[in-house]
Ligand binder design. Structure first.
Ligand code: ADP
Ligand code: MG
Length: 352
């Protein structure tokens, strides 16, 4: 069953159109992540689902009911923001119970509900504290707790981890994911961070300039991007790209080096080749010659930046590499790992 259906949604601010005919279905219990560069329209779409922005065109329905004209408080949706928006004068207990009080829920029931939720979130020892006495991560947990107590049909998160430091972000990422597994809630989660998208989502929606570029399971998008944008957006370090020209038996890079690959493109066709950093290997017999520009050991991995085929490329090795800046390196790549994109449209081209 689809909990949330977005069809042909358009948003205009005066003459400026920021969303173009967005279609999206979110199934019950699904964790959907909207990801894309800043300004692509993620928050606008989320705010329209919440009822905080007017809809210029199209329809949004929740459990089969069109909610275009339904007030935010009547949509049965809870939103968690980047800024926690807690009431500073209230305790954690009061912050979490506030919306239930507004709904005139029985006092004893509110206490039970808040305590249960606090237990899930590890907030029990903090119930009597005020927001100022909490760390950033604890505040974020309270703001999630405030959403959870309401038992909404859909949870909306807008970059909830952006204000946290790197380590806490990673920790909260796993907490939210476990929470989802435990509660089975329907979640639409916005982030510009592709790692958050890859690690948390059941389904990723990649957006650019107010349009959806591709929707799919994280690893499907990683392995089968429909275009250069999606290919370059997902993955860290990002995919390497090379200008190339199709030849009878492969592709010629800008510096004249050749990659052998079977394809049915016409000879002379100019394309863009993509190769992920973990798919380039150091191979003394490899046909590609590269020059080392930078070496970054992280302990478990080594990132090597090289000059290759007239471009800068990154290699990701899961071991330590003894080499120096300026050294020449022989590399190879499996032709099956190549992506080929149209030079103009960026669309992924099928090779056979
Ligand atoms: P994201 O959340 O992906 O960073 P937003 O949804 O906030 O992007 O913004 C999408 C586009 O809409 C941006 O170009 C932004 O400048 C524009 N925008 C957002 N809110 C308004 C507004 N109230 N008036 C005019 N333009 C807006
Ligand atoms: Mg935003």
């Amino acid at each position: 069953m689809s909990d949330l259906r977005i069809s042909q949604i358009v948003k205009r601010y005066g003459a400026l159109q920021v969303l173009h005919n967005i279609d999206l279905d979110v199934a019950s219990g699904e964790f959907v992540v909207l990801v894309g560069p800043s300004g692509c329209g993620k928050s606008t779409l989320l705010r329209m689902i919440a009822g905080l922005e007017d809809i210029s065109g199209g329809e949004i329905s929740i459990e089969g009911r069109v909610v275009n004209e339904v007030k935010p408080k009547d949509r049965d949706i809870a939103m968690v923001f980047q800024s926690y928006a807690l009431y500073p004068q209230m305790t954690v207990q009061q912050n979490m119970g506030f919306s239930l009080e507004m709904q005139k829920m029985d006092k004893a029931d509110i206490t039970t509900k808040v305590q249960e939720t606090a237990e899930i979130l590890g907030l029990t020892p903090l119930l009597d504290r005020k927001p100022a006495q909490l760390s950033g991560g604890q505040r974020q947990r309270v703001s999630m707790g405030r959403a959870i107590v309401r038992d909404p049909k859909v949870f909306l998160f807008d970059e909830p981890l952006s204000n946290l430091d790197a380590k806490l972000r990673v920790q909260m990422r796993s907490e939210i994911k476990s929470l989802h597994a435990r509660l089975g809630s329907t979640i639409v989660y916005v982030t510009h961070d592709q790692i958050e998208a890859m690690t948390m989502a059941d389904k990723i929606v990649v957006m650019r300039d107010g349009r959806i570029e591709q929707v799919g399971a994280p690893l499907d998008l990683y392995d089968h991007p429909v275009n250069r944008f999606v290919a370059g957006f997902l993955g860290s370090p990002a995919m390497n790209f090379f200008h190339a020209t199709a030849t009878s038996d492969g592709f010629e890079l800008q510096d004249g080096q050749k990659l052998t690959a079977r394809h049915n493109l016409p000879e002379g066709r100019e394309v863009e080749i993509g190769l992920r950093p973990e798919k380039l290997s150091i191979d003394p017999d490899g046909p590609l010659k590269a020059r080392v520009q930078l070496i970054e050991p992280t302990g478990a991995e080594t990132l090597i930046t090289v000059e290759l085929g007239g471009a800068k490329a990154t290699l990701l090795m899961h071991r330590r590499i003894e080499t120096g800046i300026g050294a020449e390196m022989s590399l190879s790549a499996d032709p099956r790992d190549l992506y080929v994109f149209d030079r103009d449209s960026g669309e992924t081209l099928a090779l056979t």
